[in-house]
Design a protein. Structure first.
Length: 304
């Protein structure tokens, strides 16, 4: 694109990826972009913010918005923040991609469908994880049944983790974008800072290493980020809600924290293309995840 005149038919616009937790929205974003922008895990409620993934080609600039999973929640401030962030992402987009998991339909999918009644842009239904549908015979009637649940521009079965049929989604989305010059420079792939991406990689390793309950009570904050000629020094704080959680995150003789730190450092080195010295501390902030002010100070802001 650089230097070349833009074709008058160039398209550009925003595409929100929405759905209940754990259906594969972030995996799909990374697959569409061909690189890791959003963190993923087998635990629901991994994504906590809106995150842009920008893909610029010769015909279009597709600006995908990854979102937290919409869900019925128990009133905790963090869950409220996540649902609000996902809902806000529906405003002012050109296309909505509603992601569901195989042929399973749950109460949270209904919640998403209800939200979508308020949008007036086209909605594409993505049936993800088709690689897990054992009975392939059930796929066609299953898709037909799905089509009766709402007004969808198209229904696209795919596998985000294997990459099957993702190009069909991209072609569909591209055709639905308005003609417009690009909004972002062609080399920009996200709106998020290096600090944010680093904190997220650390959180991913924690989510993947820790047991079932713990991940929801922790968050990561990059306290300092200092670039030297050949190395970047990063200090990060892992905030937990209770003292007992701190010992779990640290592990026996510091083993868990050490392993998380090593895994995160390797990924961050490749992300930043530099040697990294990563130092992690675990700190307790009582009940931070249900405290609006604590949330704000830890980066969970209203417009985010
Ligand atoms: N088998 C299979 N697994 C998938 C596929 N797509 C995603 N997954 C897995 O599903 C889990 C959830 O994926 P995520 O991308 O984190 O899901 P999400 O919708 O972003 O989840 P939240 O951020 O919690 O809302 C991970 O373990 C993924 O590896 C797929 O196409 N096939
Ligand atoms: Mg996600």
């Amino acid at each position: 694109m650089a230097g070349k005149p833009l074709s008058p038919e160039f398209r550009c616009g925003y595409i929100a990826l929405v759905g209940r937790p754990n259906v594969g929205k972030s995996t799909l974003l990374n697959r569409l972009l061909g690189q890791k922008i959003s963190i993923t895990s087998k635990r629901p409620q991994t994504t906590r913010h809106r995150i842009l993934g920008i893909k610029t080609g010769s015909r279009s600039q597709q600006i995908y918005v990854d979102t937290p999973g919409l869900h019925h929640y128990n009133g905790r401030a963090m869950n409220r923040h996540m649902n609000r962030a996902a809902t806000l992402a529906l405003a002012d987009v050109d296309v909505v991609v509603f992601v569901v998991e195989g042929l399973r339909w749950t109460a949270d999918d209904d919640l998403v469908l209800k939200k979508l009644e308020q949008v007036d842009c086209p909605v594409v239904l993505v049936v993800n994880k088709v690689d897990l549908v054992a009975d392939k015979q059930s796929l066609l009637p299953g898709l037909k049944e799905m089509s009766g649940r709402g007004e969808f521009e198209q229904i696209i079965p795919l596998s985000a983790s294997k990459g099957d049929n993702v190009d069909a989604l991209e072609a569909c989305v591209e055709a639905l974008l308005p003609e417009s010059p690009p909004f972002f420079p062609e080399e920009q792939v996200t709106d998020r800072s290096e600090r944010f991406l680093v904190a997220e990689r650390i959180r991913e390793k924690l989510f993947r290493s820790l047991g079932r309950e713990l991940p929801y009570g922790l968050t990561v904050e990059v306290e300092s980020f200092r670039r030297e000629e050949r190395i970047i020094h990063i200090h990060a704080l892992i905030w937990v809600e209770r003292q007992s959680q701190k010992s779990i995150v640290v592990g026996k003789q510091g083993r868990v924290l050490k392993q998380v730190g090593r895994q995160a450092r390797l990924e961050i080195e490749s992300l930043l293309d530099s040697k990294v010295n990563l130092k992690l501390w675990v700190k307790v902030k009582e009940g931070w995840a249900d405290d609006e002010r604590a949330l704000q100070s830890l980066g969970y802001t209203n417009d985010d």
